[in-house]
Design a protein around this ligand. Structure first.
Ligand SMILES: Cc1cc2nc3c(=O)[nH]c(=O)nc-3n(C[C@H](O)[C@H](O)[C@H](O)COP(=O)(O)O)c2cc1C
Length: 266
């Protein structure tokens, strides 16, 4: 059984039964019970909707300090603030050299991913911060992606940079970046959703960064070899996002127009 139900306190309103997509609850007399052989996947919709707070989830008993009451009608940011926030987002490749992210910064960033939705509530997202092992990691990436260097001048340039960094003003993959956040998951959407939340949380902390196409290619080119660098991660997970992060040393002054968004209504 997955649920702890306070039967005395249950008002039998059946809201939990309505929201459960796994038919894991039923009414028994004057209260709800979890059905035998329950197909519950611990999504917590029943717990979140319960007016009397009568349902808890067994697997989260050690995290009950995470439970907060809120009023769904009180939306904490306005549409205008949200759009303004998105307008001010820019990829940043130029960073303060002497200001690294603190462990508190990282904790705050990953807190933004804690509430991400995941396919079938798998909660399969896992992050890696690359900082100390950056050189080793970049060499490993190059060993994988060099098969595409005839196709992409940037990869060839990166290979040359690794051999002769003294000839370059910037790292052609990282520019001035020195810290990377990699997002792994089984499902690509889970990873992308979570990494976007981390990215956006960064802007609220005065951080900036950009995603890397070339580094993320490594997973698509040779996943098994990439995972040799990450023996601690389930090899069924893929590196779906690579984000370079830091404290910006440039500030942007205006928005830039984009191609009009195409939307097809059918
Ligand atoms: C999936 C993805 C991969 C990207 N790869 C790189 C990259 O390898 N190097 C880089 O400098 N910028 C990279 N960018 C940043 C884009 O170049 C940038 O989003 C685009 O130029 C528009 O600028 P803006 O983000 O400031 O609006 C990437 C962005 C995305 C979304």
């Amino acid at each position: 059984m997955h649920l702890i139900i306070d039967e005395e306190n249950c008002s039998a309103c059946e809201k939990c039964i309505t929201v459960c997509i796994r038919d894991a609850l039923k009414l028994e007399g004057d209260h709800v019970v979890e059905v035998d052989e329950s197909n519950c996947f611990d999504c917590g919709q029943c717990m979140a909707v319960c007016k009397t707070g009568s349902i808890r989830l067994k697997i989260y008993q050690d995290q009950e300090d995470r439970i907060e009451e809120y009023n769904q009608r009180e939306i904490p940011i306005s549409y205008e603030d949200y759009i303004q926030f998105l307008k001010q987002r820019r990829s940043c490749r130029w960073f303060l050299k002497r200001r690294e992210l603190s462990s508190e910064d990282y904790e705050k960033l990953f807190e933004a991913a804690y509430y991400s939705p995941t396919a079938q509530n798998m909660q399969d997202v896992e992050f890696v911060v690359i900082k100390k092992d950056l050189d080793e990691f970049l060499n490993h990436i190059y060993d994988i992606i060099k098969v595409e260097e005839d196709e992409y001048f940037r990869i060839a340039q990166f290979g040359d940079y690794l051999k002769h960094p003294e000839n370059y003003k910037y790292n052609p993959f990282l520019w001035e970046g020195k810290e990377l956040i990699l997002t792994f998951a089984k499902d690509p959407m889970d990873a992308i959703i979570a990494s976007t939340r981390v990215e956006l949380a960064g802007y609220t902390l005065g951080l900036g960064g950009f995603y890397s196409l070339f580094i993320s290619k490594a997973d698509r080119i040779n996943h098994d070899k990439l995972m040799e660098f990450f023996p601690e991660i389930d090899p069924d997970k893929h590196m779906y996002s690579v984000y370079i992060i830091g404290y910006p040393r440039v500030s942007f002054k205006r928005t830039i127009p984009h191609k009009k968004i195409k939307v097809n209504y059918k």
